[in-house]
Design a protein around this ligand. Structure first.
Ligand code: CP
Length: 317
């Protein structure tokens, strides 16, 4: 894999290779004391974050360090971006420092594509979330988490609920889950569905109660107020009454079904605190699994067939 920009670029074989490699990373590094693997020794990974992040940035950093890479954390806040420096000049500056992999989050959809295809840099580009477009490693860690709890995703019913319009997590998940053979059911207010959603794989519903009894996993999405015009903010009370996951709705789900959320959560809006903290909520586990999945993609993209490959093969043998 040269770049990881969209889950739509992944075949089922690619996706399963990443998920199986993530299982291997988990096996090799979990336990009482976390072992570091030498696979990316001598490599440099740059975390290029133009938009805020807690989970994605820290887990990419941890993943790269567990593979023995050198890590540079770049945040637009406090950098020369605030003096007006462009994406191109920022990228050229980081490339001049010898980045092998660039993990980029940007508020503009398409920014990682621009980096990957512009010829400005020679590094592998990993999309860590671009605008409302895609967040491929989030979808991969979600699939990894689902696979661990509900097994093979072929034929499984995954309900994705909420602000689909602004959700890069939903876009990446819909595409990856279709590739893995799952059935996706989108549930959202009509105002929070994107134009053209009818062409997406899967089904749509406006009635959350009716789809919960057949769900294998229910993924709640954050209501992204920062991407909405204030005039269109849904009222928290009305939104949670119609689309929130509370104890009553949780009771409609099969006992084996899991609750997911990519974070950060608006507790009390799309999900109540008691459901978020229930034993069948895997929200915190999603975060831990993100490290294994990001180790897998960094390894598969950067270890490559070069002088590091002997170390890399040894690391996962
Ligand atoms: N899920 C997710 O992308 O979280 P962060 O914004 O904290 O990275």
């Amino acid at each position: 894999i040269r770049h990881l920009l969209s889950t739509a670029d992944l075949s089922r074989t690619d996706a399963n290779l990443i998920l199986d490699t993530a299982e291997e990373m988990a096996r090799l590094t979990s336990g009482r004391s976390v072992k570091k693997l030498p696979a990316l020794r001598g490599r440099t990974v740059v975390n290029l974050f133009f938009e805020d992040s807690t989970r994605t940035r820290t887990s990419f950093e941890l993943a790269a360090k567990r593979l023995s890479a050198d890590v540079v954390n770049f945040s637009a806040k406090g950098s020369s971006v605030s003096k007006g420096e462009s994406l191109k000049d920022t990228a050229l500056t980081l490339a001049a420092m010898g980045a092998d992999g660039v993990v980029v989050r940007h508020s503009s959809s398409g920014a990682p594509y621009r980096l990957a295809t512009s010829g400005w840099i020679d590094a592998h580009v990993l999309n860590a979330g671009d605008g409302t477009h895609e967040h491929p490693t989030q979808a991969l860690l979600d699939a990894f988490t689902m696979r661990r709890h509900i097994g093979d995703l072929e034929g499984r019913r995954i309900v994705i609920v909420g602000d689909v319009l602004h959700s890069r997590v939903a876009r990446s998940n819909v595409s990856l889950l279709a590739t893995l053979g799952a059935e996706v059911i989108l549930v959202a207010p009509p105002t929070l569905l994107p134009v053209g959603v009818e062409q997406w794989p899967g089904e749509m519903s406006y009635d959350l109660d009716s789809v919960l009894p057949d769900a294998d996993a229910v993924m709640m999405l954050r209501v992204q107020r920062e991407r909405m015009n204030a005039a269109f903010f849904p009222s928290a009370r009305e939104y949670s009454r119609r689309y929130g996951l509370d104890a009553r709705r949780f009771g409609l789900m099969p006992d084996s079904a899991i609750v997911m959320h990519p974070g950060p959560m608006n507790r009390g809006m799309e999900i109540t605190a008691d459901v978020a903290d229930d034993a069948r909520s895997v929200i915190v586990e999603q975060v831990s699994n993100g490290v294994h999945v990001r180790m897998a993609v960094l390894y598969l993209m950067l270890a490559g067939a070069d002088e590091n490959s002997a170390d890399a093969q040894e690391a996962v043998a």
